[in-house]
Design a protein around this ligand. Structure first.
Ligand SMILES: C[S@@+](CC[C@H](N)C(=O)[O-])C[C@H]1O[C@@H](n2cnc3c(N)ncnc32)[C@H](O)[C@@H]1O
Length: 472
């Protein structure tokens, strides 16, 4: 038995001697269900009025927390969650019959405000490396689509969330509809938020999409077996053969952008279609941001010593608005190209310390090679609906949280669904070996979740849920 339970059982046993409460609470603990009766709540409130935190689950068995979302979020320790995945009640869609339920607000504005408020509590419990996936449905009022999900997302952005994607969950088996004066609705958005850290160029959230990459349908666009990179020496030695091979390959290109160069955009595929395959000379060494900072500080010192301005350097190098970037430490910074480094060296007269990493180059083949592990799945997710006869609300298919958890929850990480319903998120987390916390306002759903997650053997019904119920 763990510590938190020891504290909680003390009072009820004394007060309710007739019942074998201790056993009941033990069972609750085993089932990972939070004990939320009034009497226990009192015990859990510290003398300073602050709530004690719930204990985070140590195994993949989801911890079910029954109660109003904001109240329960207050009891989750700060920055303890890796990924939040949820689908709150949609506005004016369903009455869950619970005091404090969300979705019954009189106006959409009030509903949006409530969701933004929940978002603020979620921000507190989410790690800085965490992410928040919010699936929301919309609503027509007098035939007018309210755009509730998007209005909520905009408000969330105003509150400092960074919106990374709007994933379209397309339902290939969507409900048939008899509507004749507009198109039927076949998808829902899933907003992918991260915490705004103020460093947009280096967001710090955890992501690894490798587990959800999809297989390539072709071999990519490269038609040669030329090496992806070549050292300066290798390139010079084989130059004639390489160029002959490239001419041969490029001669076969039917570039669809030829004659329409201006429209080619920036994609590697379009560049390829226009210019074919070719090598570009690039710096051979990867310079991480820490080394970059060191190099820039070094340049700043030398510029100070020589008492010369960036403008004067530009002039000497016959450039415009370039040198200034080499001395900046903010996100507008850049390092001099290898050839510029040597010229700058002459002007400032610094030593050879960084010459190697700044000037060594290699040749890189410009082509579109498929990613070895498959392609990025993109933001349009085609996932069939899942139906659950005993859930009186719409559930999302297990595949949806599974995809998200696989890519955004580190191994052994913690997933939270603050509007758990039937516990789909918990089921997905369990299947993927992640821990989870599931909050829902409706006590009956605890049983549903347990069944869904395969935690419930009908015979070991915990009596405390409802002493009169049979279990279904
Ligand atoms: C759309 S359902 C979630 C379905 C879930 N994604 C699934 O796959 O089963 C929304 C849930 O939010 C719960 N809920 C409504 N208001 C709440 C509140 N204020 N606090 C906590 N849960 C609430 C409802 O009881 C309902 O189970």
């Amino acid at each position: 038995m763990n510590g938190i339970l020891d504290k909680w059982v003390e009072i009820p046993i004394k007060k309710l001697e007739k019942f074998n409460r201790l056993q009941t609470y033990k069972k609750m603990e085993e089932l990972n269900i939070e004990i939320s009766e009034e009497i226990l709540m009192k015990k859990k409130t510290k003398s300073n009025g602050q709530h004690e935190f719930i204990e985070l689950p140590k195994t993949t068995r989801p911890r079910i927390v029954i109660g109003e979302v904001i109240e329960k979020l207050k009891k989750i320790p700060e920055k303890s969650i890796d990924v939040i995945i949820t689908s709150p009640p949609y506005w004016q869609q369903r009455d869950y019959g619970e005091k404090g339920q969300i979705g019954q607000e009189t106006t959409s504005e009030k509903y949006i405000q409530k969701m933004v408020e929940v978002g603020e509590h979620l921000k507190r419990v989410l790690k800085d490396s965490g992410s928040y996936f919010l699936n929301m449905g919309d609503k027509y009022v007098e035939k007018n689509l309210q755009m509730i999900p998007f209005r909520t997302a905009t408000e969330m952005q105003r509150k400092g969330w960074m919106l990374r994607n709007v994933i379209i969950w397309y339902k290939p088996d969507h409900m048939p509809s008899s509507i004749k004066d507009r198109f039927s609705n076949t998808w829902e958005p899933v907003f992918f938020f991260v915490k705004g850290t103020g460093k947009y160029y280096a967001p710090e959230y955890y992501v690894n999409i490798d587990p959800i990459r999809v297989p390539h349908t072709s071999n990519g666009n490269s038609r040669s077996d030329l090496p992806l990179t070549l050292s300066e020496d290798e390139y010079q030695k084989r130059k004639d053969i390489i160029e002959a091979q490239l001419t041969l390959i490029n001669g076969k290109y039917q570039g669809k952008f030829k004659g329409h160069e201006r429209n080619r955009g920036a994609s590697p595929g379009a560049r390829l279609s226009l210019f074919g395959e070719y090598y570009t000379k690039q710096r051979a060494h990867k310079i991480n941001s820490e080394s970059e900072t060191k190099i820039i500080q070094y340049l700043r010192r030398w510029r100070g010593k020589r008492n010369i301005t960036s403008k004067e350097i530009d002039k000497l190098l016959n450039k415009k608005d370039t040198a200034g970037h080499w001395f900046r430490l903010d996100h507008g910074r850049s390092l001099p190209r290898p050839e510029d480094w040597l010229k700058l060296k002459k002007i400032l007269g610094f030593d050879d310390g960084y010459d190697k990493i700044m000037t060594e180059t290699r040749y890189v083949l410009q082509t579109v090679k498929p990613h070895l592990k498959g392609k990025n799945p993109g933001d349009m997710w085609n996932i069939s609906l899942e139906r659950l006869p005993d859930a009186h609300f719409s559930i999302f298919p297990t595949e949806l949280p599974k995809r998200i958890i696989s890519a955004f929850c580190p191994p052994n990480g913690m997933v939270l669904d603050p509007f758990a319903g039937s516990g789909t998120t918990g089921k997905a987390a369990m299947q993927l070996g992640r821990r989870s916390i599931l909050i829902d306002i409706k006590p009956e759903y605890a049983k549903l979740i347990e069944r869904r997650c395969g935690l419930r053997k009908e015979k070991t019904l915990p009596k405390f849920l409802d002493e009169n119920e049979t279990g279904d």
